[in-house]
Design a binder for this molecule. Structure first.
Ligand SMILES: Nc1ncnc2c1ncn2[C@@H]1O[C@H](COP(=O)(O)OP(=O)(O)OP(=O)(O)O)[C@@H](O)[C@H]1O
Ligand SMILES: [Mg+2]
Length: 298
C-alpha cells in the first residue's frame, strides 16, 4: 500500500490539449505484478422461480498499471462483476485475489482497508454522493481517508483546489454547493477529482462517460488516462463500446452471457478476433481501424 500523503507527488495537469490515446498503443503488462485476479468467479441471482447466472465462472488477471476494458452488451454481466470486484456483492462461487492473496473482506474494517486500494466511478454519478454533504466535505473525506486528517486547513484547501483544477473545475466556486446542484458532466468530473485525491491502486470505471456529451467524454477519458500515467494506477474500464475499448486499453476481456468468450491484448482481440461474438461486435463499428477523430467520440 502506498504511504505518501495525498496529492504530494502530483502536479496539476492541464489535460485540455493532451490527447494520449490512439490505436495500437497498448503495452504488455504480463510481467508486472498481479493486483487483482479471479478464478471461477460466479454470481447467481434467484428471484422467485427464476434463476439468472449473471457471471459464469470467469477467470481474469489484472496487472499493476494496466488499463483493462471489459466489453459486452447490455445484460452480459459487467456491472455484476464490477460489484463483486468492489466487494459490494459476494460471489456465489469462485475466488478473488488481491495483490496475489485471497481477498479477505469478512469484517467492515477489512472492507474499509480494501477500499483504500480499489475505488469506483459508476454509471450514475447521482448515486455516488451523499446528497446531504456539501462538495468540500465530499473532498475532505477523501483527504481524511488517505490519512491527511491532521494536515493544516490551508494544506487541505490546496489539495482540494489542485484536485479540482486537475479536472478543470474551480474549487472556490464549488465549496458551498451540494452535488445535486452540479450538472451531470461536472459531477462526473468531481468523481475523478475524488479519485485524484484518493489515489487507489485500482480504479474501476463502469461506463463513466455515459451521461455526458461527446466532447466532455473525450476530456474525461483523457483525464483518466493522465491519472493512470501519473500514478501507475490500474484502471478497469467497463463498457459496451468495443471501439473505445480498442483505443484506450492494453487488454480487453469480451463478455457474453456472463462469460469471457475472449481476452488478450487490445491488438490481438480487435485485429485477430477468435470468437464469433467479438467479430460481431467489431462489425458493428465500421471505422474501428481508422484514425480516431475526437469530435466523433460518442
Ligand atoms: N439484483 C439482481 N437480481 C436479479 N437479477 C439481476 C440482478 N442484478 C443483475 N441481474 C441480472 O443479471 C444480468 C446481468 O446484469 P448486469 O447489470 O450485470 O449487466 P450489464 O452488463 O452491466 O448491463 P448494462 O450494459 O445494461 O449495464 C441481467 O440479466 C440482469 O437482469
Ligand atoms: Mg451495467
Amino acid at each position: 500500500m502506498k504511504t505518501e500523503e495525498p496529492g504530494t507527488t502530483s502536479q496539476p495537469v492541464d489535460t485540455r490539449d493532451s490527447v494520449t490515446f490512439g490505436p495500437n498503443r497498448s503495452r504488455d503488462f504480463s510481467h508486472e505484478p498481479m493486483c487483482l485476479s479471479g478464478k471461477g468467479v460466479t454470481r447467481i441471482f434467484h428471484a422467485g422461480k427464476v434463476t439468472t447466472t449473471a457471471v459464469d465462472h470467469v477467470d481474469f488477471e489484472f496487472h499493476k498499471g494496466e488499463l483493462i476494458s471489459i466489453v459486452g452488451e447490455s445484460g452480459s454481466g459487467k456491472t455484476t462483476l464490477s460489484k463483486m470486484l468492489l466487494g459490494l456483492l459476494e460471489p456465489s462461487e469462485g475466488e478473488i485475489y488481491f495483490n496475489g492473496v485471497p481477498r479477505d473482506i469478512s469484517t467492515s474494517a477489512r472492507k474499509r482497508e480494501y477500499w483504500k486500494g480499489i475505488q469506483a466511478i459508476f454509471q450514475d454519478p447521482f448515486s455516488s454522493y451523499n446528497i446531504f454533504h456539501k462538495i468540500d466535505s465530499v473532498l475532505l473525506d477523501c483527504i481524511h481517508m488517505r490519512g491527511g486528517r491532521n494536515l493544516s486547513k490551508e494544506e487541505k484547501t490546496r489539495l482540494m483546489t489542485q484536485a479540482c483544477s486537475f479536472v478543470n473545475l474551480k474549487f472556490a466556486e464549488l465549496t458551498n454547493k451540494y452535488p445535486f446542484e452540479l450538472s451531470g458532466g461536472q459531477m462526473q468530473r468531481l468523481m475523478i477529482a475524488r479519485i485524484f485525491l484518493l489515489k487507489p491502486e485500482i480504479l474501476l470505471a463502469d461506463e463513466p462517460t455515459s451521461m455526458i456529451d461527446a466532447c466532455s467524454r473525450a476530456t474525461i477519458l483523457d483525464m483518466l488516462l493522465n491519472l493512470r500515467n501519473e500514478t501507475g494506477m490500474t484502471i478497469i474500464f467497463i463498457t459496451h463500446d468495443i471501439g473505445l475499448a480498442y483505443y484506450i486499453s492494453d487488454s480487453i476481456y469480451i463478455m457474453e452471457h456472463g462469460r469471457f468468450v475472449e481476452s488478450g491484448s487490445a491488438e490481438e482481440v480487435i485485429l485477430r478476433p477468435k470468437a464469433a461474438y467479438t467479430r460481431r461486435l467489431i462489425s458493428d463499428v465500421p471505422k474501428i481501424h481508422e484514425p480516431w477523430d475526437l469530435s466523433t467520440v460518442g
